[in-house]
Write a protein that binds this ligand. Structure first.
Ligand code: PRP
Ligand code: MN
Ligand code: MG
Length: 182
C-alpha cells in the first residue's frame, strides 16, 4: 500500500501513552541511579525510538552506546542463536548498564544479551523495554523497567518493523492482515 494508514488495523498504544509512560520510567531511573554514571545500551534497530525518547528524559548523567545483534541463526528467530553484528565501543568494566529494547517477544535475544554483557565485568546490568509480550515468552528475563505488557499480536511502530517498514510511526499499532498476506 502506498499509504501507511491503510496497512494498520488499530492503534494499540498512542503516542501520548508511550511518552507519558517514558516520563514515569525516566523518573524511576533518576531515583534508582542517583549519584551514579549510567550507560544506556540500545539494541539496533528497534530500540532507536525508545532510546532517544528515554535518554532525553533522564536527568542523571548518561552515556549511550549501541549493539546490533541477529537472532536468525538458521532461519528461525526462536533458535536462541544470537550473533553480534556490531559490538559496543565501550568497556563495561565497573559500569552501571541499562539495556534498552523496544520489545521482548520470546525473550531469547535479551536472555543471551544479558549474560553476554554480565560476563564483561559491569557493576550492574538491568533491562528497560517499552513493550513486553508475556504470552510469547520462551524464557524468563528479569526486567527492571517495562513500558507496557501487550497481547501476543503482531505489532509495528515506535521502532518495530514489518520487513523494515513502519518503524517511524510514533505509536504502536496492529497490522492489517492483508499486509502480511492473509
Ligand atoms: C526484534 C525486537 C527485539 C527482538 C525481540 O528485533 O526489536 O530486539 O526482536 O525478540 P525476542 O524476544 O523473541 O528475541 P529484530 O531481531 O527484529 O531486529 P530489529 O530490532 O532490527 O527489528
Ligand atoms: Mn530489535
Ligand atoms: Mg525486527
Amino acid at each position: 500500500a502506498s499509504d501507511m494508514g491503510d496497512d494498520l488495523e488499530r492503534v494499540l498504544l498512542s503516542e501520548e501513552q508511550l511518552q507519558s509512560r517514558l516520563d514515569e520510567i525516566a523518573a524511576q531511573i533518576d531515583t534508582d541511579y542517583a549519584g551514579r554514571d549510567l550507560l544506556l545500551v540500545g539494541v539496533l534497530k528497534g530500540a532507536v525510538m525508545v532510546m532517544a525518547d528515554l535518554a532525553r528524559r533522564v536527568r542523571v548523567p548518561v552515556a549511550m552506546d549501541w549493539m546490533a545483534v541477529s537472532s536468525y541463526g538458521s532461519g528461525t528467530k526462536s533458535s536462541g542463536v544470537v550473533r553480534i553484528l556490531k559490538d559496543l565501543d565501550t568497556d563495561l568494566t565497573g559500569k552501571h548498564v541499562i539495556i534498552v529494547e523496544d520489545i521482548i517477544d520470546s525473550g531469547l535475544t535479551l536472555s543471551w544479551l544479558l549474560s553476554n554483557l554480565r560476563s564483561r565485568g559491569p557493576a550492574s546490568v538491568e533491562i528497560a523495554t517499552m513493550l513486553r509480550k508475556p504470552d510469547a515468552a520462551k524464557v524468563e528475563v528479569p526486567v527492571r523497567y517495562v513500558g507496557f505488557d501487550i497481547p501476543n499480536e503482531f505489532v509495528v511502530g515506535y521502532g518495530l518493523d514489518y520487513a523494515e517498514r513502519y518503524r517511524n510511526l510514533p505509536f504502536v499499532g496492529t497490522l492489517a492482515p492483508h499486509v502480511y498476506g492473509q
